[in-house]
Design a protein around this ligand. Structure first.
Ligand code: APR
Length: 320
């Protein structure tokens, strides 16, 4: 059987990390694409030379030509600009919207059967725009946010309770912004609801609230420390988990920015929800029951996403 083909649009910090992870896991042959000449080619050479040391077989190439992503099975999009200190994800809207237009057309013309994972921010608006520009079916275009946000929440909870991260199942819904909704009622420590576990361990509700707040601001905390860009290791590994779920028909239930039309009272919006990923892309969106407070928080979050779509349509009339 021919190897799978993985196209990475954007060969910056996340793109390079994605390529390294995909190669190490022998997920397929990898094409790094970027508008910057030399960057994808240089990274492809450097990463290829990891192969003999790490013992992986993967052909890694770099290109500035969309024709080279032809027939890709999976496309992961990180093209665009990342945040700098003081910027919100929404500040990236104008620049990254025009990038999504070019990328969407590149995908439409070269690999319309691919499963497309968008990582570019502001995520919920960019994945929507990318889907519109590419014209691919909604179940084949998805955004990476919830896996990362949940991983941040799980990390902080594991530190707080001094337990293995493997035993923390954390749950985040909503948009990938400061209004995201970490849902404690579905967050467990090996099946024990986190609020119960907090009581057992004498951890106050206020402390759990602080962890929720730190999760919401988790990306900004890293931007503030790095100063020159945003997080890339955890975003890349989260994108890879989604690609593996698709390529392996794993039917994993992952929190992702999926197209929601009807469920959660939403009318055709990309937003973070639990969804099943298998060989048909997004195979199901799981509608969980929420408390009134969680519902209200989700509404704030989805309203913020809707506002961004209005801004996108004003910037790019073809989206209206
Ligand atoms: N087509 C292809 N690549 C592009 C385009 C374009 N039109 N415009 C910019 N790029 C490339 C840049 O040349 C750069 O190599 O996208 C790459 C982005 O890489 P970084 O600046 O290192 O950013 P990164 O940290 O990888 O984050 C990328 O993901 O998490 C989000 O907010 C983050 O939107 C940002 C994206």
């Amino acid at each position: 059987m021919a190897r799978k083909k993985i196209a990475l649009i954007g060969s910056g910090m996340i793109g390079g990390t994605l390529a390294h992870l995909a190669a190490k896991k022998e997920m397929g042959d990898i094409v790094l694409f970027d508008i910057a000449e030399g960057i994808p080619q240089g990274k492809a050479l450097d990463l290829s030379q990891c192969g003999p040391v790490e013992g992986f077989d993967a052909k890694i190439t770099g290109t500035n030509d969309y024709a080279d992503i032809a027939g890709a099975d999976v496309v992961i999009v990180t093209a665009g600009v990342p945040r700098k200190p003081g910027m919100s994800r929404d500040d990236l809207l104008g620049i990254n919207l025009s990038v999504m237009k070019a990328v969407g057309e590149g995908i439409k013309n070269n690999c319309p059967d691919a499963f497309v994972i968008c990582i570019t921010n502001p995520l919920d608006a960019m994945v929507w725009a990318l889907r519109e520009f590419s014209g691919l079916p909604h179940n084949k275009v998805v955004g990476m946010a919830g896996v990362l946000d949940s991983a941040r929440f799980a990390t902080f909870l594991a530190w707080e309770f001094d337990v293995s991260v493997k035993d923390v199942n954390a749950f985040v819904l909503g948009g990938h912004g400061d209004t995201m909704v970490p849902v404690t009622s579905y967050t467990t420590i090996n099946g024990i609801p986190v609020n119960d576990y907090a009581k057992i361990k004498g951890v106050s509700a206020d402390r759990i609230d602080e962890i929720v707040k730190r999760t919401r601001a988790g990306g900004g905390e890293i931007v503030g420390l790095l100063k020159t860009g945003s997080a890339y290791y955890a975003p890349a590994t989260s994108g890879i988990a989604m690609a593996e779920a698709y390529l392996g028909d794993q039917k994993r239930i992952l929190p992702v920015a999926a197209y929601v039309d009807g469920k959660y009272g939403l009318d055709g919006l990309y937003v973070g929800v639990p969804a099943v990923i298998g060989a048909n892309g997004i195979e199901d969106v799981v509608e969980i029951s929420l408390s009134d407070e969680e519902k209200a928080n989700l509404k704030v979050s989805t309203d913020a996403v809707e506002e961004l779509l209005v801004a996108c349509k004003a910037l790019e009339p073809s989206l209206a």
